[in-house]
Design a protein around this ligand. Structure first.
Ligand SMILES: Cc1cc2nc3c(=O)[nH]c(=O)nc-3n(C[C@H](O)[C@H](O)[C@H](O)COP(=O)(O)OP(=O)(O)OC[C@H]3O[C@@H](n4cnc5c(N)ncnc54)[C@H](O)[C@@H]3O)c2cc1C
Length: 377
């Protein structure tokens, strides 16, 4: 773990630091490495390029920290527009082959041995039926477009476009009724997403919100089985959460975690976080859900690959996820190897907190920022 991480995450909460950093002219250049732009217009070409390369996207709107009801309403309005645009961009990318591009049925995988017969979509059996997010061809990339020089495309039953949303943006922290407001807003987004064939994953925020976020998602899942939530492996309770998700057959994003958390709830040593990640991966890969392996770590990527094979999963039975601007070559390599790969693409004017979390993660990211500053002096 980056030794400067606690200091940078502390600075992320300082308004003086925010004014200083957002005021540096050079900051914009650095921001563009990690953020697609400030508006949907900036986002469009980025999404188009990613889809054309065979990668999928999960788009996050970086809005104001929501302190009033009207701000939550604004976030909902932006997300509704974003969902419509994503469906349009997906069509423009030629990824709407037929209605099966939408999530279908329950997000439930059968356990080993339970599902030997043909699937409802007419594909074969095998010892592990795939949930609606999976390909039928045994690879995440559709072979029908796999001629030389043609970009690969995601398997038809995986939704190639998704939004990532923070419940805090939807009003979760607006006093006692905040969780209810956020839940109602999330339902509004899910309804539109269902119609548009777009998926939603709810981001994991700091640990004080974890329980509420998970219960909000769990309450909506019967109606929207594709609705996913992120789980952070630095949390001591991560394994317990993964065990439940694996048994429920849920779609779940596994990440190490990006916030500053106390020792009482979170592992502090990088090695402990990594071991927790590996234990969670084992549970998820052996379970009946759809794991989304959100990491840039080569050790975790190799482990996910190995564990998926050992558990009889084809590449499209889980996906890799990475952040926009990080390890793009590796993203393309995984696509070429037939894996489903989704890139998390943030956009919006409120990029400061997101940028600070990226700088905190890795000395090299911070070095990139400081070098850019020095070169401009
Ligand atoms: C798709 C996605 C969604 C996420 N959602 C959430 C969320 O909802 N909540 C949350 O708290 N966090 C989220 N995160 C952030 C996550 O928790 C980590 O903070 C972040 O991904 C860094 O952890 P890591 O697994 O990449 O490994 P790290 O421990 O940061 O890095 C491990 C190794 O990965 C390689 N690596 C990392 N970065 C680079 C780089 N820039 N270039 C080359 N190699 C690199 C290096 O070999 C490094 O040693 C998300 C991350 C991703 C990818």
């Amino acid at each position: 773990m980056n030794p400067l991480r606690p200091a940078i995450l502390a600075a992320a909460g300082s308004s003086r630091m925010k004014r200083a950093i957002t005021g540096f002219p050079v900051t914009a250049e650095v921001v563009h490495r990690f953020v697609a732009g400030e508006s949907r217009a900036d986002l469009a070409p980025v999404v188009a390029e990613l889809l054309a390369s065979g990668r999928m996207v999960s788009v996050d709107f970086l809005g104001e920290y929501t302190t009033e009801r009207s701000m939550a309403d604004d976030a909902v309005a932006e997300y509704l527009a974003l969902i419509d645009e994503l469906a349009r961009w997906r069509r423009a990318a030629g990824l709407d082959r037929d209605s099966t591009a939408r999530p279908r049925g329950a997000m439930r995988r059968h356990v080993d041995g339970e599902a030997a017969g043909p699937r409802p979509d007419g594909s074969g059996g095998g010892n592990r039926a795939r949930q609606p997010g999976a390909t039928t061809a045994g690879a995440a990339v559709d072979a029908s477009r796999a001629e030389p020089g043609t970009p690969p495309r995601p398997a038809q039953s995986i939704a190639p476009v998704e939004v990532s949303v923070k419940l805090s943006a939807l009003g979760q922290s607006l006093g006692l009724t905040g969780p209810e407001i956020a839940a109602a807003n999330l339902r509004t987004l899910c309804e539109r997403a269902q119609q548009a064939g777009v998926w939603i994953t709810v981001d994991a925020e700091d640990h004080t919100t974890t329980e509420t976020t998970e219960s909000t998602v769990r309450a909506l899942r019967p109606d929207y089985p594709w609705l996913a939530v992120a789980t952070q492996t630095y949390l001591r309770r991560a394994e317990e959460r993964c065990r439940i998700a694996a048994a429920e057959g849920a779609r779940i994003r596994l990440c190490k975690g990006a916030y500053r958390e106390p020792e009482s709830v979170a592992y502090q040593r990088g090695a402990d976080v990594d071991e927790s990640y590996l234990r969670c991966l084992e549970l998820l890969m052996a379970g009946s859900g759809y794991p989304m392996v959100a990491t840039h770590d080569p050790v975790m990527i190799t482990a996910a690959h190995d564990l998926s094979g050992r558990n009889g999963r084809a590449p499209g039975d889980f996906e890799f996820q990475m952040l926009y601007g990080i390890r793009s070559i590796e993203q393309r390599r995984l696509v070429e190897a037939g894996h489903a790969v989704r890139v998390y693409v943030p956009y919006g004017t409120q990029w400061y907190g997101y940028l600070m979390r990226r700088l905190a993660e890795r000395p090299a990211n911070l070095g990139f920022f400081l070098r850019a500053l020095a070169e401009r002096r």
